[in-house]
Write a protein that binds this ligand. Structure first.
Ligand code: SAM
Length: 158
């Protein structure tokens, strides 16, 4: 049994139905220094290492108007996650918690999001700080952060 399949005491896995196709398109890849999940930060930090977001053609045209030094919300597909746990026992907690009470990568649809600082744009490559995902994680979407999020983010990371 792989490490990913192992269940901790109190955790509950369920039978899942085959995924209906939501027609998601991966629009790029994220390049980070981390090859193993255990080496990734639990959450990104804008003081963390610079990472690169590679946007595939033709979506590079959609980068027009992005401002260096702005805060972006990055959505990505945590492709190495199991998807069948309803109760999880994160390290350091006595009692399991429901999946929707956690930001664990283990979820029915393993979408991750991070607020990042955009530090540079070179064609279809973005340089950012604030990510927490594995090297090669597929990119789902990029959005300018809403001002309320930015204020909170700056307070937490500043
Ligand atoms: N910031 C995102 C969020 O809150 O939605 C993700 C948080 S999740 C706790 C981050 C962790 O997911 C990392 O520490 C790593 O253990 C794991 N992880 C990173 N990239 C992954 C991937 N491609 N597939 C599965 N797990 C991944």
């Amino acid at each position: 049994m792989s490490e990913q399949q192992r269940i901790r005491p109190g955790e509950v896995a369920v039978e899942t139905v085959p995924a209906a196709d939501a027609w998601l398109r991966f629009i790029g890849h994220i390049h980070t220094p981390w090859q193993r999940r255990e080496d990734c930060p639990r959450q990104g930090n804008v003081e963390g290492p610079a990472c690169q977001i590679e946007v595939f053609e033709p979506w590079d045209q959609a980068l027009s108007g992005l401002q260096p030094q702005s805060t972006l919300e990055v959505l990505y597909w945590l492709d190495q996650s199991r998807r069948d746990l309803v109760l999880q026992g994160p390290k350091g907690r006595d009692q399991p918690l429901g999946t929707f009470a956690l930001r664990s990568p283990v979820r029915p649809n393993p979408i991750g999001s991070s607020l990042v600082r955009l530090i540079g744009i070179d064609g279809r490559m973005l340089r950012v700080r604030g990510l927490d995902c594995l090297d090669g994680t597929p990119l789902l979407d990029l959005k300018p952060a809403r001002s309320a999020f930015i204020a909170q983010h700056d307070r937490l990371s500043g």
